[in-house]
Design a protein around this ligand. Structure first.
Ligand code: ARG
Length: 469
């Protein structure tokens, strides 16, 4: 429509004609920003109160606006309001709907003193804040499941690996808890991020600040922020708060994908360390015998898109001049996708982990394979006074001997031991057991049973503390 603001749009007065259809299609964001409706309604109510306090809106009009916003909110939750074809974005759509209920004069007066630039910067922070809370709850639950499973597996051992080769035996419980700590750090990262996200850009206007003496602090507090952005240019245009959030989302994906990868490998026939519960496994359309770890595979796969969402937005932001640029609209789809993705994979992986069967006999039986006790033998020699460099060499020879003979370390006779080195006296056999090896790792963070129990208590206490926050 020429010369005035079209329905569902928030600009138009200086244009001789309405937007070309290609522009309208490109510009439209309602198909993704519609999920910000609750935040827009919150902020519009707060804004109306600020307009009233500053004398730009009567108390009767304020009451009318607030009541209308409440009905829109109810209709939104019931699915009774939708964006229409004419709407450019969520802000335009809500103004159109509000005008439909309280008329153009009052409905059209609420845009005073604010801009979509400070609005969207605020709403995206509010959305990320609420999403962080849901993700946090899932992470806490996940960490608790791992703690429970680490109790279920008792004192069973398994091969610990480096370079994916047998390295040294570890308790299965120790191994499981190693997957919980990174997730707890992710919770702490979210909390740390939240402290930086507590700053409201609202009141920054288009870029320079609002011109109607509204109180940005009152609005910030009403919307749950701790403070107002001290610089309106920065507040309206920076999106590091979004990329930082998306980094944490990507890190969670990476942490989960490592666990997922191990579930995939360890549930294969060659390992048989783990068996997937039927409810958390899938079948094949062709091969009747198949039981596939799709949850773990999709988690591994989707961690790729979490990384992509982050790097894509970083690329969008690179080199953008101050202040608001329309490029910034590109922050929302990847952010929403990262949140949706985590809220899909976290409950699925939690279900998989809580129902996973650990084949402890199989894991334990392999704990000493691949000469994984060789370091314990070398440590024994050190205890008898042999320098480690020499001990390393002696045990290396012992391993080579065993490999040639096709036997395990403990199968070597006393004569053969003595033949390799006079330091290899029969009491060296004490060090050739998984139990001895585990018990020897008794320092903080080691895999000895008492340290793993202490570690579990520490983790449980930390989770309880984080749950109260
Ligand atoms: N939809 C935009 C965004 O997501 C906000 C609108 C700002 N548009 C504008 N022309 N200033 O960033």
């Amino acid at each position: 429509m020429a010369g005035h603001t079209g329905e569902g749009s928030l600009w138009g007065g200086r244009f001789s004609a309405g937007p070309d259809e290609a522009l309208a299609r490109l510009s439209k964001s309602t198909h993704f920003d519609w999920r910000l409706v609750p935040y827009d309604l919150d902020a519009t109510a707060a804004h109306a109160r600020a307009l009233c306090s500053a004398g730009h809106l009567s108390t009767e009009d304020l009451a009318t606006v607030v009541a209308a916003l409440a009905t829109i909110r109810e209709d939104f939750h019931e699915g009774r309001v939708q964006p229409s074809d004419v709407d450019e974005d969520v802000h335009g759509a809500l103004e159109r709907i509000l005008i439909g209920r309280i008329g153009e004069t009052l409905g059209g007066s609420l845009r005073a003193g604010r801009s979509r630039n400070d609005q969207i910067a605020t709403f995206v922070r509010m959305y990320a804040r609420d999403s962080a809370r849901s993700i946090r709850t899932h992470l806490l639950e996940f960490a608790r499941i791992i703690i429970q499973r680490s109790e279920d597996v008792g004192d069973a051992a398994m091969p610990g690996r480096t370079h994916f080769q047998h390295a040294q035996p570890v308790l299965v419980a120790h191994y499981l808890l190693a997957h919980a700590w990174p997730l707890v750090r992710d919770i702490q990262r979210l909390d740390d991020w939240a402290s930086r996200n507590g700053v409201s850009p609202y009141g920054g206007g288009a870029l320079a600040g609002g011109g109607l003496s509204l109180d940005p602090e009152a609005i910030a507090h009403e919307l749950g922020f701790d403070a107002v952005s001290p610089n309106s240019l920065d507040g309206t245009s920076s999106r590091d708060v979004v990329t930082e959030f998306m980094y944490i989302a990507a890190q969670i994906g990476i942490d989960l994908s490592r666990l997922a990868e191990e579930v995939i490998i360890y549930s294969s026939a060659e390992f048989s360390y783990m068996t997937l519960d039927d409810a958390f496994a899938t079948g094949s359309s062709m091969m009747p015998q198949k039981k596939n770890p799709d949850i773990a595979e999709l988690t591994r796969g989707k961690s790729g898109r979490l990384i992509g969402n982050l790097t894509g937005l970083l690329a969008t932001l690179k080199g953008l001049p101050l202040a608001y640029n329309r490029d910034l609209q590109e922050d929302k789809e990847p952010l929403f996708d990262s949140v949706d993705t985590l809220l899909l994979i976290l409950p699925a992986m939690a279900g998989l982990m809580s129902s996973l069967q650990f084949n402890l006999d199989q894991m334990h039986a392999n704990a000493a394979a691949g000469f994984s006790l060789a370091t314990d033998v070398a440590d024994h020699l050190v205890r008898t006074g042999v320098p480690f460099r020499e001990a390393h060499e002696i045990v290396g020879e012992l391993v080579a001997h065993c490999e040639r003979q096709g036997i395990e370390l403990h199968e070597v006779s006393d004569e053969q031991l003595a033949g390799i080195s006079p330091d290899l006296t029969p009491d060296v056999r004490n060090s050739m057991s998984v139990e001895f090896s585990l018990g020897a790792k008794g320092g903080v963070g080691g895999t000895a049973a008492h340290q793993v129990a202490a570690q579990r208590s520490e983790l449980s206490a930390l989770i309880q503390l984080l749950d109260r926050d």
